[in-house]
Design a protein. Structure first.
Length: 122
C-alpha cells in the first residue's frame, strides 16, 4: 500500500546551476494532483534571486471559474529515513519560507504547498 501525502501550506536550497535530485515519491504526488484536475505548468519551477537560482519541484495550474487559472507551487518531501525526519522537516519549512519570500518579492501570486507523507504530518 502506498503512503498517503498531505499538502501543507508551509515549501534545501540549491545553489549554482545544478539541478536538484527528484524525491522518490514525486511522481506519485504529481499523479495524484493530476487526477484532481491539475496540469503541469512548470517542472521544475525556477526561482532566481540576485545571486542564486533555486528550484521548486513543480508548479501546477487549474481553471477555477472557467476562465481564470489558479497556479500553485508544490515542493515534495518523502522523508525516507525516519531518524532524519525532524531535520528534513526543519529544512523543508525553511525552504518553504525562502520560496514564499521569493514569490512575494517577485510579485507572483502563487500559493505554495509542501507535499509530505501522512505519517510525518500526523
Amino acid at each position: 500500500m502506498m503512503p498517503m501525502y498531505n499538502l501543507l501550506s508551509v515549501g534545501v536550497i540549491i545553489t549554482g546551476s545544478i539541478m536538484p535530485a527528484l524525491d522518490s515519491c514525486e511522481a506519485q504526488v504529481l499523479r495524484a494532483l493530476q487526477k484532481l484536475g491539475w496540469i503541469i505548468h512548470r517542472k521544475p519551477l525556477i526561482l532566481d534571486t540576485h545571486e542564486r537560482r533555486v528550484y521548486a519541484d513543480f508548479s501546477l495550474q487549474k481553471r477555477t471559474n472557467g476562465t481564470q487559472n489558479q497556479i500553485i507551487v508544490v515542493e515534495v518531501k518523502c522523508f525516507v529515513d525516519p531518524k532524519y525526519d525532524l531535520i528534513e522537516f526543519y529544512n523543508a519549512v525553511g525552504q518553504y519560507l525562502f520560496y514564499r519570500t521569493l514569490l512575494s518579492s517577485n510579485e507572483l501570486p502563487f500559493a505554495i504547498y509542501i507535499a509530505i507523507p501522512e505519517n510525518v504530518y500526523s
